[in-house]
Design a protein around this ligand. Structure first.
Ligand code: ATP
Ligand code: PRP
Length: 219
C-alpha cells in the first residue's frame, strides 16, 4: 500500500486535526500528541504513514512542492497562497472569518466609506489586495505577522483585515468589524501529482472523512 506524507498544522489546529485523523484510522489511536509535537517529522509505525509539523501558513508550500502528499490548514491560508493544489475536504474545525475592521471612533460602518489611500494592516496581503481592488478602493497594505489589532492603536494603520472568531480581540481593542471577506475552516489539501498517483489511499481517506465530518461536495 502506498505510504502518505502529511503536513500537519502546528499550533491551535493541531490537536483537533490529529483527533480527526485518528478517528479516520489514518493516525494510530495510541499516538501521544505531546510526544509527537516535539518532533518535526515522525512516522506512525502502525500505519507506516509519515507526518511533518509545519506552521499553518507553510502547509500549502510543503504540499504544492510535493514534500508532503497531503496537508491540513485553514481556508484563509489556502486562499492567500493561491490555488495550485487540490482542496478536497472541509474538516469543519478552526472556524473563523476574515473581516475588515476599523477603530470605533472613526465612525465608519461601511467599506464604501473608507477613504482612498487608507493604510490597511494584515497578515493576508493577497486576499486584502483582491478585496479592495474588487470594490474599487485604493489602499496601502502593511504586512504584519501577527497581533494585527495593534496597528491602528499605534497609528501604524487606519484599519485592519484580520481573523475573528469570538470577536473578543476586536472588541478589546476598540475595533468594529464592518465587512466579512471570507469564512474559513480547516481543509484537507492534496498535491496535484499525489492526487493521481496515490488516488486509492487518498480517496479512501476522503471517504472516511466524509463519513465522520459530513459530505462536502462544495469544498
Ligand atoms: N481565533 C481563532 N479561532 C479559530 N480559528 C482561528 C483563529 N485564529 C486563527 N484561526 C485559524 O487557524 C489558522 C492558524 O492560526 P494562526 O495563524 O494563528 O497559527 P497558530 O500557529 O495556531 O498560532 P500562532 O502562529 O499565532 O502561534 C488560521 O489560518 C485560521 O484558519
Ligand atoms: O475573535 P477572537 O476569538 O478574539 O480571535 C481572534 C484572534 O485570534 C487570532 O490571533 P492569535 O491568537 O492566533 O494571535 P496572532 O494575532 O498573533 O495570530 C486572530 O489573529 C485574532 O487576533
Amino acid at each position: 500500500m502506498a505510504k502518505i506524507i502529511t503536513a500537519l498544522p502546528k499550533g491551535r489546529l493541531m490537536e483537533q486535526v490529529v483527533e480527526i485523523l485518528k478517528e479516520a484510522g489514518f493516525i494510530s489511536t495510541g499516538l501521544d500528541i505531546d510526544e509527537i509535537s516535539r518532533k518535526l517529522v515522525f512516522t506512525d509505525e502502525k500505519t507506516g504513514h509519515s507526518f511533518l509539523l509545519a506552521k499553518p501558513k507553510d502547509v500549502p508550500v510543503y504540499v504544492e512542492h510535493g514534500a508532503a502528499d497531503i496537508g491540513v490548514t485553514g481556508k484563509d491560508v489556502i486562499l492567500e497562497h493561491g490555488k495550485r493544489l487540490y482542496e478536497v475536504q472541509d474538516l469543519k474545525v478552526g472556524t473563523c472569518k476574515l473581516v475588515v475592521a476599523v477603530p470605533v471612533e472613526q465612525g465608519i460602518n461601511r467599506v464604501e466609506d473608507i477613504p482612498d489611500h487608507s493604510r490597511v494592516a494584515t497578515s493576508f496581503p493577497n486576499i486584502t489586495r483582491h478585496f479592495f481592488q474588487k470594490i474599487g478602493k485604493q489602499v496601502e497594505i502593511i504586512y504584519l505577522n501577527g497581533s494585527v489589532e495593534l496597528a491602528p492603536l499605534v497609528d501604524l494603520a487606519d484599519l485592519i483585515v484580520d481573523i475573528t472568531s469570538t470577536g473578543t480581540t476586536l472588541r478589546k481593542n476598540n475595533l468594529l468589524p464592518i465587512a466579512d471577506i471570507t469564512f474559513s475552516s480547516s481543509r484537507l489539501i492534496v498535491n496535484n501529482v499525489s492526487y493521481k498517483t496515490k488516488h486509492g489511499i487518498i480517496g479512501r481517506l476522503i471517504e472516511k472523512l466524509n463519513e465522520i465530518r459530513g459530505d462536502d461536495s462544495d469544498a
